[in-house]
Design a protein around this ligand. Structure first.
Ligand code: ADP
Ligand code: ZN
Ligand code: ZN
Length: 704
C-alpha cells in the first residue's frame, strides 16, 4: 500500500434509532480534523452531516481499506463542539438507550444540515460578535433571597430552591446570573423553563435586566433560521444567557457556568418521543460535568428532587446529595390565597358548578376582577351515548371514546385524530335522542354563559367569558393573542385546561377554581396525586399576585372528597406535609423515588404479538444472566414484571404492551438495560416476532 496522508475517524451520524448504542461510523479523512468538528459525509447515496467523535491512530483492522469512504469536507468557521458536549451526548445516549448519532444530530439545529460553506459563512458573518451586556440593577433583595444567594455562593449544589409562588425565585435566578457575569464577563448561563408559552414573560424580564442582545431563546416554536442563529450565538460564546425549553439542555455553551431549571417538577422536561431524556436530570449531570452550579426551583418540587434534598437524620446520616434552599414568603404583603373546599355531595345531583361558586364569580365580575376556572377535559363532552341500546361514541381505531365537540358538531378522537360529523341518530338503533355524558371545557364555557348572562361589570357592560385549551389555540399565534386579551383585561372569566394554570402572571385574577379534580385522587397512575397537587398549587399561585388584591384572593376546589388529605394539605399550602405523606406511600410500595424504573414497550397488530416479544425478552434475559456468575446478582436486584397491555391499549389500530423493570439501584437497572439491549436485538429478529411493529425503552418513565 502506498503512503497516504490520510487518517481515520469515527463519526456520529443520524442512524436509525435502535442501531447498537454508541455505534459510530468509520471514515477516511484526507485532511486534518478535531473531535467535535462537524463534517459532511457520504452515507449510502446521500450526503449527511456528522460529528467527529474520535481520531483513530491507525486504519481499523476489521474493515478492508476499500470499504472506507472519504469525508467530503468540514463545516468551515465553526469551532469544534467541546469535550463536555460530546460527553453529555454520549451519556444521554447511553442512559436513555438510544443511538449516539440520533442524540448528537437531533441536538444540533436542523438547518446546519442544509447549508453549504458559503451560506454558513454568510450566517456567521451576520452574527453580532459585539453582543453587549447592559446589566440594570434589580430590586433590593428580601432577607430570604439574600440568604439563598449566600448559600449558593458557599455551597456546590446541586441546589433545590423550594420557594412559594411569588417568593421571588426568578429574581434569585437573575441575581445569580448577574453575580456570575460580574465575576466573569465571558460566562454563560442556561435558564430552562418548562413550556414555550411561558417563555415570553421571562424572556422580557431577562432582556430587561441584561439587554436584549445578551439573551437567546431556544424552543421548538422557533423557525429553523431563528434556531440556527440562537445556536450559533451560544456556540460561539457570544450569547451570555440561553433561555429555553428542554431541548436547550443540549445547547453548545463553551463558557457555561450556571444552570437554572425553573418549575423543575414539570413533566414537560421529559421528552416523550425519540430519546426520552429528562432535561432536568441531564442538567444535574451537565452541571457536574462542566463544574457549573445547578439550581432546580419550584413551589412544588418533584418528589425525586425533594427526596434527593432530604436533610440528614439526627445522627447526620442519610441526607440527600442536593442542598435544599428555602423561600417560604411571598414578596411584599402578598398572602397566599385562601383555599375553599366545596362539598359536591351537598349540591344538586349532576351540578357542574356549585351555587356558592357561581355567587362568588358574580361578585368578582361585578367588582371588575378576573376569575379562572380549570377543567382538565377539552371538548363539550367526553362521550356521546344512546340510552336505548347503550351505544357509545367509541373510536373504531383506539381504546378510547371520541369526544363530542359542539362548536363544529364533530366527534373527535384525541388519540388518532379521527374526526366525523356527529350522527343525527344512533348509528346502532336509529334512536334520535343521543346525549352527551360528562363535561368538557366547551360545555363549561356555555354553561357559565347562561349562569352569568345577567351579570354586569362595573361599567355596566356584560360579562366576557373566554376559553383557552388545545382546541382554541390550534392556530399559530392564537395562544399568544388569547393570553394577551386576558392580560389586558378583556376577559372576566377564563375557562381552560391545565395549560392556563402554569406560570402566566395574570395580575387581576382573584379567584381560581378547580371544577372537578377528583379523578386524579384515584388514578392508577401513582404520580397522579403529585401532579394534581402541583397543578392546584400552581393555579392557586395565579391568584392574588397583585399585593393589593392578594388579601381577598381565593382558590376554590369542588370535590366529592373535600376532606381528602391532599386537599387538606393544599388548604394549608403545605407542600412538605403532602410530600411526606406521598413519600411514605411510595416507600411502602417501593415506588420511585425510592426505586428506579424503566419500561420496555412493544407495538404490534395484536396484543398477543406485542406481549409475546416482551415476555420472550424477559425469559432469555433472565436465563442469560442467571447462567453467568458475574451477572446473576442483576436478576435478584432488578425485578422484571410480565408484559401487560398499556392503559391506552390501542391507538390508531396498533396494540401496545409494556413490561416494567424496577430496581432499588439505578446502577443495576442501567446494567440490566445494557444486557436487555442485545437480547432484544436477537429476539426481535426471530421469525415468530415478525409481527412487532416497533419497540422502545423509556428510562425513568413519567407514567406507567
Ligand atoms: P417567583 O418566580 O417565585 O414566582 P418572582 O421572582 O416572579 O417570584 O417575584 C414575584 C414578584 O415580586 C415579581 O413581580 C418580582 O418583580 C417581585 N420581586 C421579586 N423580588 C423582589 C424584591 N427583592 N423586591 C421587590 N420586588 C421583588
Ligand atoms: Zn342506540
Ligand atoms: Zn382514535
Amino acid at each position: 500500500m502506498t503512503e497516504h496522508p490520510t487518517h481515520w475517524i469515527n463519526v456520529a451520524v443520524q442512524t436509525p434509532a435502535h442501531s447498537a448504542v454508541g455505534a459510530l461510523l468509520t471514515y477516511r479523512c484526507p485532511f486534518w480534523v478535531h473531535p467535535g468538528q462537524l463534517v459532511r459525509l457520504p452515507l449510502g447515496s446521500r450526503e449527511v452531516l456528522g460529528v467527529v467523535w474520535a481520531i483513530l491512530d491507525e486504519a481499523p483492522a476489521h474493515m478492508p481499506a476499500a470499504a472506507l469512504r472519504d469525508v467530503l469536507g468540514v463545516l468551515e468557521g465553526l469551532s469544534p463542539l467541546n469535550a463536555h458536549w460530546l460527553q453529555l451526548v454520549q451519556f444521554a445516549a447511553q442512559y436513555y438507550q438510544r443511538s449516539l448519532g440520533e442524540v448528537a444530530l437531533s441536538a444540533l439545529p436542523p438547518q446546519l444540515r442544509d447549508l453549504n460553506n458559503e451560506q454558513l459563512a454568510r450566517r456567521l458573518k451576520k452574527q453580532n460578535t459585539e453582543r453587549v451586556v447592559q446589566t440594570r440593577p434589580g430590586p433590593a433583595l428580601s432577607p430570604e433571597q439574600i440568604t439563598v444567594l449566600e448559600q449558593m455562593k458557599t455551597g456546590t449544589g446541586p441546589f433545590l430552591l423550594f420557594g412559594s409562588t411569588g417568593s421571588g425565585k426568578t429574581e434569585v435566578y437573575l441575581q445569580a446570573v448577574e453575580r456570575m457575569l460580574a465575576a466573569d464577563p465571558q460566562a454563560q448561563a442556561l435558564l430552562m423553563v418548562p413550556e414555550i408559552n411561558l417563555t415570553p414573560q421571562l424572556e422580557e424580564r431577562v432582556q430587561a435586566r441584561f439587554g436584549a442582545e445578551a439573551v437567546v431563546s431556544m424552543h421548538s416554536g422557533m423557525t429553523p433560521a431563528q434556531r440556527l442563529k440562537a445556536w450559533l450565538a451560544a456556540h460561539a460564546g457570544h450569547a451570555r444567557i440561553v433561555l429555553g425549553t428542554r431541548m436547550a439542555i443540549f445547547a453548545s455553551m463553551p463558557q457555561l457556568q450556571l444552570i437554572v431549571v425553573d418549575e423543575e417538577h414539570d413533566p414537560s422536561y421529559k421528552q416523550q418521543e425519540g430519546a426520552r431524556y429528562s432535561a432536568r436530570d441531564l442538567a444535574v449531570y451537565r452541571g457536574r460535568l462542566q463544574n457549573a452550579p445547578v439550581l432546580l426551583a419550584s413551589a412544588t418540587p418533584s418528589l425525586e428532587s425533594w427526596h434527593l434534598s432530604r436533610p440528614p437524620d439526627a445522627d447526620g446520616q442519610n441526607g440527600g446529595r442536593y442542598q435544599r434552599l428555602l423561600m417560604p414568603s411571598r414578596i411584599g404583603t402578598g398572602l397566599l390565597p385562601k383555599v375553599r373546599r366545596v362539598d359536591m355531595n351537598k349540591q344538586p345531583r349532576r351540578a357542574l358548578l356549585s351555587t356558592q361558586l357561581v355567587a362568588a364569580l358574580q361578585e368578582r365580575v361585578e367588582r371588575g376582577e378576573q376569575c379562572m376556572l380549570l377543567l382538565n377535559r377539552r371538548g363539550y363532552a367526553p362521550v356521546l351515548h344512546c340510552a336505548d341500546c347503550g351505544w357509545k361514541s367509541e373510536c373504531p381505531h383506539c381504546s378510547a371514546f371520541r369526544v363530542f365537540h359542539k362548536i363544529d358538531r364533530s366527534l373527535r378522537c384525541h388519540h388518532c385524530g379521527l374526526t366525523e360529523r356527529v350522527p343525527r341518530a344512533c348509528p346502532e338503533c336509529g334512536n334520535a335522542d343521543i346525549a352527551p355524558i360528562g363535561r368538557g371545557t366547551e360545555q363549561l364555557e356555555e354553561h357559565l354563559g347562561e349562569l352569568l348572562a345577567h351579570v354586569l361589570r362595573p361599567d355596566g357592560t356584560p360579562v366576557r367569558i373566554a376559553r383557552i385549551d388545545a382546541d382554541s389555540t390550534r392556530l399559530k399565534g392564537a395562544l399568544e393573542s388569547q393570553l394577551a386579551q386576558v392580560h389586558s383585561g378583556e376577559v372576566d372569566v377564563l375557562v381552560g385546561t391545565q395549560m392556563i394554570a402554569k406560570g402566566h402572571d395574570f395580575r387581576r385574577i382573584t379567584l381560581v377554581a378547580a371544577v372537578n379534580p377528583d379523578a386524579a385522587l384515584f388514578s392508577s397512575d401513582f404520580r397522579a396525586p403529585e401532579r394534581l397537587f402541583a397543578l392546584l398549587m400552581q393555579a392557586a399561585g395565579r391568584a392574588g399576585r397583585d399585593a393589593a388584591q392578594s388579601a381577598r384572593s381565593e382558590m376554590w376546589v369542588q370535590s366529592f372528597h373535600p376532606t381528602h388529605p391532599l386537599f387538606a394539605a393544599l388548604k394549608q399550602h403545605d407542600y412538605p406535609a403532602f410530600a411526606a405523606t406521598e413519600l411514605a406511600e411510595r416507600t411502602a410500595a417501593e415506588l420511585p423515588p425510592i426505586s428506579h424504573q424503566a419500561l420496555l414497550r412493544a407495538d404490534a397488530r395484536t396484543q398477543d404479538a406485542a406481549q409475546a416479544l416482551l415476555n420472550a425478552v424477559r425469559a432469555s434475559l433472565e436465563a442469560q444472566l442467571s447462567a453467568d456468575a458475574a451477572t446473576q446478582y442483576l436478576v435478584s436486584q432488578v425485578s422484571i414484571y410480565p408484559a401487560v397491555p398499556m392503559s391506552m391499549q390501542r391507538v390508531a389500530n396498533v396494540e401496545r404492551a409494556q413490561m416494567l423493570l424496577e430496581s432499588p439501584s439505578r446502577m443495576a437497572l442501567q446494567k440490566m438495560l445494557w444486557h436487555l439491549h442485545s437480547v432484544l436485538h436477537q429476539v426481535r429478529n426471530q421469525p415468530e416476532h415478525k409481527g412487532v411493529i416497533r419497540w422502545l425503552v423509556d428510562v425513568d418513565p413519567q407514567a406507567i
